[in-house]
Design a protein around this ligand. Structure first.
Ligand SMILES: Cc1cc2nc3c(=O)[nH]c(=O)nc-3n(C[C@H](O)[C@H](O)[C@H](O)COP(=O)(O)OP(=O)(O)OC[C@H]3O[C@@H](n4cnc5c(N)ncnc54)[C@H](O)[C@@H]3O)c2cc1C
Length: 416
């Protein structure tokens, strides 16, 4: 059997490693942290996985936590009234055809890493660099770099055509809360768009409490437009201060959400995160000093702002696409053209996610506002909009064309 090395034990790297291992491949996985370090480390994401991404995990029987995880049954979209008087200027909600799930990546990655090891996988515990990757690649038929937003990604050249931004478009603050109140109608990603200021998101998930038991919690994510009224996190140093600042912002900008989380407490001492992401696409193949080639995977190649909640789902899809391509390759060499084709098969879908996510970072044009307005009174439009989160190609072509947007509304106005 062929030998595959994977650097990076996150959503993409672990899922691919476990999938290959299941098919009898000899897999070496490089992780910079032990399962215990991951489990007790800082939160990383809100990690909502929509249905198609969940299916890629289910197909490999890796959905260990799904039954315990509170389902995300829909998406609720709101825009506050410009006077911030507690009213909503836009509001609609619809159910997803199939629920999404948010399993704390600390739980998932630690669990998957343990399973990979128990099933006989080789784990190298180190922070890989170019030299160590080069050495590793010597003994493997294929080396995949899945280090997310880590430094190693710089091996891969920037794709300027698909990377419109040179700087982060949002400053992020994330908190995991317990003792919150569920949405009354159905659970949802609550997506609050505050024009010119940013976005506030709430969604339920599953985490591990400090006593080791699994517990439901609420993700609270604020995405601040740099320099805007939500962009106040820079000098905050303590988790408690971050939480009280986030609560104050929610009270001002989306009081209906504040009511649900005002008594919330952090789930654990590492339950907060601040940061920023520069959206970027990179070329899929890089050469090591030896001349051997490596293939990038997941956020290493395509990183989007979390505004649309797609990165982990895209990483899962990428892992599934690469797995299929590796299996199909059988004994033939993993050469440059195969690597490019493998990424290309993923990019055929991911390009829609990237285009949609980048569009969401700017102010919505009038034809998009018209769709959002129609969604308030037309359940069919709301349903189509919400369910496109599971399949971003469905945001096109209407997202970029006023005529297509009008046709989209017409098409879905009659269907509930
Ligand atoms: C605030 C926030 C909210 C988000 N919300 C969502 C959401 O709701 N839904 C969604 O789908 N996505 C979301 N995302 C994005 C999602 O978390 C990522 O896109 C996804 O985890 C990417 O998977 P990956 O495997 O490519 O990288 P990662 O999951 O980041 O894994 C990379 C791994 O490589 C390791 N690593 C890095 N460098 C090295 C090295 N040199 N040597 C060894 N190991 C290394 C890292 O420790 C990590 O374990 C969010 C992101 C953020 C920041």
């Amino acid at each position: 059997m062929r030998k595959i090395a994977i650097v990076g034990a996150g959503q993409a790297g672990l899922q691919l490693a476990l999938g290959l291992q299941d098919q009898g491949y000899t897999v070496t996985l490089v992780s910079e942290r032990t399962p215990e370090q991951i489990e007790t480390g800082r939160v990383m994401s809100t990690q909502a996985l929509f249905h198609d991404a969940c299916l890629t995990e289910r197909q490999l029987n890796l959905n260990f936590w799904e039954e315990m995880c509170p389902p995300v049954e829909g998406i609720a979209f709101s825009v506050p009234h410009p006077d911030l008087n507690g009213d909503k200027a836009v509001a609609f909600a619809a159910r997803l055809d199939h629920p999404a799930y948010s399993v704390d990546q600390r739980v998932k990655f630690a669990g998957w890493l343990r399973v990979f090891k128990e099933r006989g996988g080789t784990v190298i515990l180190e922070q890989a660099d170019v030299q160590s990757v080069d050495q590793l690649s010597e003994g493997h038929d294929l080396t995949v770099i899945a280090t997310g937003k880590g430094e190693l990604g710089r091996l891969f050249a920037r794709d300027d055509v698909h990377s419109p931004y040179r700087a982060p478009q949002r400053h992020l603050a994330l908190a995991y809360l317990k003792n919150t109140v569920p949405r009354p109608e159905h659970s949802a990603v609550s997506f609050n768009l505050i024009p010119g200021a940013g976005e506030c998101f709430l969604l339920p998930g599953l985490t591990r409490s400090p006593d080791g038991s699994l517990q439901p919690y609420e993700n609270v994510l604020i995405e601040a437009v740099p320099g805007g009224p939500l962009d106040v996190f820079e000098n905050i140093t303590s988790p408690d201060e971050l939480l009280s600042t986030m609560l104050q912002l929610m009270q001002t900008f989306c009081p209906w959400e504040y009511e649900r989380i005002k008594d919330g407490e952090l789930t654990d001492p590492q339950a907060t995160l601040t940061g920023r992401v520069t959206p970027q696409v990179r070329r899929p193949v890089a050469a090591l000093p030896s001349g051997r080639l490596v293939l990038g995977l997941g956020d290493t190649l395509v990183v989007n702002d979390p505004i649309t909640g797609q990165g982990a789902g895209s990483a899962a899809r990428a892992a599934a696409t690469y797995l299929e391509s590796i299996l199909r390759r059988a004994e033939r060499p993993f050469n440059r053209s195969w690597m490019q084709d493998t990424f290309g098969a993923y990019w055929d879908h991911a390009r829609f996610t990237t285009a949609w996510t980048n569009a969401m970072l700017g102010p919505p044009p009038p034809h998009v506002l018209a769709v959002l307005t129609a969604a308030q009174t037309q359940p069919g439009v709301a349903h189509a909009f919400v369910n496109a989160f599971n399949h971003p190609p469905h945001f096109f072509p209407w997202l970029t064309s006023p005529e297509e947007a009008a046709a989209f509304v017409d098409r879905h106005s009659t269907s509930a």
